[in-house]
Design a protein around this ligand. Structure first.
Ligand code: NAP
Length: 281
């Protein structure tokens, strides 16, 4: 495994396991157990995914010491106030069966995220959260937060894959020493991702799949990746990306695939923002 150091010295694995869209308890628990058995040591969940309990139970059942596993979870907009953020974090810890969380993110820079962040800062200072970060910040938002918050985010988790590369966002993160983390590293399969001719052709050189090439490309850009799968063969395949390196030429070919926009969510469309505000659980 390769790692990056967050600016506070916490070490984060470059590859983790995402559990979005696995709301069923048994399925989520089984997927996390399989991931842990395959070598993953970072699990990325969220209150909004409704599977924190399954994640916590899988971690305990795996027998792997808690301190060897990096748990990320996220607070949703409904809990964005100082008090609610603290209370919701305590609920996450209870469901996950842990007395600390390695990385807590605010899921969207929406609503009263300023005061929610102050709640996270308090929990970070108390040692309950080992690292704190944001998700879904575009560069101008991230820059504003970094200039405003007492404690800068250590991570910005955003959509990043060959079709939506977000280089300006990475440059902004580098400026503030914020580590980039890619959600949907496979574009959730859209754009016929797994059959993409460029990724497949590069993969053929190394005996790797398009999925593995996409992960390796982000890792080589210094981006932490958290692919999701419920299938054991894919879970294992997605972990098997540390025995080869892409050349400068390969990296440049992938660079040319950027479309500059998301096909999954449009944070610039008021309808999307309205929709995200309606999600409550
Ligand atoms: N912060 C945020 O707002 C945010 C948003 C979205 C996601 N996330 C996080 O990022 C993680 C990853 O993103 P994501 O789950 O949205 O999408 P993703 O990882 O880009 O894609 C997941 C899809 O790819 C398929 N897949 C996985 N590995 C494959 C392989 N080797 N070959 C072929 N198909 C494969 C999966 O199918 P099967 O499961 O059927 O194998 C699933 O349909 C999430 O689980 C979550 O933890 C965060």
């Amino acid at each position: 495994m390769e790692y990056r150091n967050l600016y506070n010295g916490v070490k984060i694995p470059m590859l983790g396991f995402g559990v979005f869209q696995i709301p069923k308890y048994e399925e989520a628990k089984e997927a996390v157990l399989t991931a842990l058995k395959s070598g993953y040591r970072l699990i990325d969940t969220a209150q909004a995914y409704m599977n924190e309990k399954a994640v916590g139970d899988a971690i305990r059942e795996s027998g792997i010491p808690r301190k060897e596993i990096f748990i990320t979870t996220k607070l949703w907009i409904q809990d964005f106030s100082y008090e609610a953020a603290i209370k919701a974090t305590e609920s996450s810890m209870e469901r996950l069966g842990t007395d600390y969380i390695d990385l807590m993110l605010l899921h969207q820079p929406m609503g009263d995220y300023i005061n929610a962040w102050k709640g996270l800062e308090k929990l970070y200072k108390d040692g309950k959260l080992k690292a704190i970060g944001m998700a879904n910040c575009y560069p101008h938002v991230l820059s504003d937060l970094c200039e405003t918050f007492e404690i800068r985010p250590m991570i910005n988790q955003v959509e990043m894959h060959p079709f939506f590369q977000q280089q300006l966002n990475i440059d902004t993160m580098n400026e503030y020493n914020v580590v980039p983390e890619a959600w949907a590293p496979f574009n959730e399969g859209l754009h016929d991702f797994f059959k993409n001719p460029i990724l497949t052709e590069i993969g053929n050189k190394y005996g790797k799949t398009a999925a593995q090439i996409a992960l390796r490309w982000n890792i080589q850009r210094g981006v932490v990746v958290i692919p999701k799968s419920i299938h054991e063969d894919r879970i294992r395949q997605n972990f098997d990306v540390f025995d080869f390196s892409l050349t400068r030429e390969d990296m440049d070919k992938i660079k040319a695939m950027d479309t500059g926009h998301s096909e999954i969510v449009n944070h610039f469309d008021p309808k999307w923002i309205k929709l995200l505000h309606t999600i409550k659980f």
